[in-house]
Design a protein around this ligand. Structure first.
Ligand code: SF4
Length: 427
């Protein structure tokens, strides 16, 4: 059996850098995953891969080192516990992300993320888009992650009709980062899905293949884009209010949250099983893959968070001393220009006490999958140069985050040694 490239991308599968191996990405709405599903991800990795799981900065999970012949069985195994990968890669609505899982408004946000995830996943009207279409739902704007989505929602208020969201459109990172702009304020939750449909249709109809929504915004301008969206029949449609039982799985927001900080988002499958067991014991069986590539838990009301923290300290995952997001880079990704986990270790060796309190992000190429523009200190592998022996070595740009918007490039084209020297000066 040989799968053609567009089809397997829509199933959340990329070819790895290593010939004959594939990565399977699993979509999680707002990063929330029950322990029973996490155990299945781990089991699939142990059975078909090499027993590793990568946590992404969009709250998804990736299983590497899969072989082509096993991909249908992997899909069945994941589907058997209700997990989907449809649209996790390729020109589709990607996993709906949330970086504010600890906020008081998270239950409403999780509910919204689940509805969007359910509506757009495997919906043929919204597959085969020109490129990826990213949606994020946030309880507040503090993390600025709403600015990097094709559609970013920020919970603004609640009234008798339910939650309302500020809707940001046209953001994205990559080589030409562009913050999303405020498209409409305080949109009723019952209008969100039809409005996203209208935006996605305009995107699909007017954007060349391979280009993001931000490209269309640059071409048409905000005014013309708004006009096109307004012409769509669903642009102002309001769906009936949803009734029935609550959809959110996380019931306890706020200060009962504890985080298992995972170095570089890299877990073994057995460590993931251990964390799933922890979730069953302390957190109502619910885990959260965070936007910082960690695993978080809201400790159930019946337990003391301090006791849960003590129990978590006995788990065997490799806790990172610094908050650092790291993509797979040249370890597994075909686009990777640097061995990002090794770069991260060099940075951790070099960084002093002041640097340890900052957030860091390392990306293996300009695609910026770890969102280096939103870390206190972002590192982008910007290219390769040949040394005198002909060996190719990566070089790096450093970005520093200011009070608003995206981080700006402060140093360019550094070797790893030069990068570490700058990191040491940060303290
Ligand atoms: S930033 Fe580049 S190297 Fe890293 S995962 Fe994304 S595409 Fe791959």
């Amino acid at each position: 059996m040989s799968l053609n490239v567009p089809e397997y991308r829509l199933d959340g599968i990329y070819r790895q850098r290593q010939d004959g191996f594939f990565m399977q990405r699993v979509k999680l709405a707002a990063g929330v995953i029950p322990a029973v599903q996490a155990r299945r991800v781990a089991a699939v990795s142990n059975r078909f891969g090499r027993g590793t799981v990568h946590l992404t900065s969009r709250g998804s999970m990736e299983i590497h080192w899969l072989q082509e012949a096993d991909l249908p069985e992997v899909k069945r195994e994941l589907a058997a516990v209700g997990l989907t990968s449809r649209g996790a890669c390729g020109g589709a609505v990607r996993g709906v992300t949330c970086s504010s899982q600890g906020a008081a408004g998270f239950p409403a946000v999780e509910t919204m993320a689940r509805r969007i995830h359910r509506h757009f996943t495997a919906n043929p009207r919204f597959e085969r888009l020109p490129k990826k279409f990213k949606i994020g739902v946030e309880a507040d704007a503090t993390g600025r992650r709403h600015l990097i989505q094709d559609v970013g929602l920020v919970l603004s208020c609640r009234d008798d009709s339910g939650a309302r969201y500020d809707v940001y459109v046209g953001g994205g990172l990559g080589k030409e980062p562009q913050p999303g702009f405020l498209f409409e304020s305080a949109v009723s939750e019952n209008r969100i899905i039809p409005l996203i449909e209208a935006i996605a249709r305009v995107y699909a109809a007017h954007t060349p293949a391979g280009k993001r929504l931000k490209h269309l915004l640059r071409e048409k301008g905000e005014e013309e884009f708004r006009r096109l969206v307004a012409l769509e029949p669903t642009a102002s449609e309001e769906l009936p209010a949803v009734s029935g039982l609550q959809e959110n799985l996380v019931r306890v927001p706020g200060d009962r949250r504890i985080v298992a900080r995972i170095f570089a988002g890299a877990l073994t499958a057995d460590q993931l099983i251990e964390l799933a067991d922890f979730a069953d014991q302390w957190a109502d069986g619910i885990m959260m893959a965070t936007a910082d590539q960690d695993i978080a838990f809201h400790i159930a009301a019946a337990h003391e968070p301090s006791q849960a923290s003590a129990a978590l300290a006995h788990c065997s995952f490799s806790a990172g001393p610094v908050a650092i997001r790291v993509c797979p880079g040249s370890h597994e990704c075909r686009m990777g220009l640097s061995a990002t986990r090794e770069v991260a270790r060099s940075i951790l060796d070099a960084v002093g006490p002041a640097g340890r309190s900052k957030s860091w992000a390392i990306s293996g190429c300009h695609n910026s999958c770890t969102q280096p523009q939103l870390a206190d200190i972002g590192i982008v592998t910007s290219g390769l140069s040949k040394d005198e022996t002909g060996e190719r070595t990566p070089h790096f740009d450093i970005l520093r985050l200011g009070r608003e918007g995206f981080g700006k490039v402060t140093e360019q084209s550094l070797t790893l040694a030069e990068l570490c020297r700058v990191v040491r000066e940060i303290g």
